[in-house]
Design a protein around this ligand. Structure first.
Ligand SMILES: [Cu+2]
Length: 135
């Protein structure tokens, strides 16, 4: 009877962990994103709100990319924009061929933000991902 109870508790714990999304305290504050063949190796990332999150961005390709993160209005500006090189804003990172860049951001609002490479055709090719900021 005791064993049956333990098994039931273990199954309940498993079910709970499978169904519940991680609380903000359990989410990573260091995230690595690798670019290979013009794709981000992860496109759905959950991070905690209100604490610094460091992103390590690795461009494995022999061509330039960029990592720009923001809301829809931000991306609308960048789709229309003419800035070829970024670098002095923590949410706008230029990635020369075979480069590694690190940037740290603190998100002050919950919800989704999108990261996109806005080089011509790269977004259409699939260089898009989402950072979900969790309270
Ligand atoms: Cu790109």
């Amino acid at each position: 009877m005791i064993i049956r109870t333990i098994v039931a508790l273990a199954l309940a714990a498993l079910a709970a962990s499978a169904c519940t999304t991680a609380s903000a305290a359990q989410l990573p504050t260091h995230v690595g994103i690798r670019i290979h063949y013009s794709h981000f190796d992860q496109t759905k990332i959950e991070v905690p709100m209100g604490v610094p999150v460091t992103f390590t961005l690795i461009n494995d390709d022999p061509i330039d990319h960029e990592w720009l993160i923001g809301d829809e209005a931000f991306h609308a500006r960048h789709r229309a924009g003419t800035e070829a090189v970024h670098g002095d804003r923590p949410n706008e990172i230029s990635l020369p061929p075979f480069s590694v860049r690190t940037t740290t951001l603190t998100f002050d609002k919950p919800g989704p933000l999108t990261f996109i490479c806005h080089f011509p055709q790269h977004e259409a090719y699939g260089m898009v991902g989402v950072v979900m900021v969790k309270p």
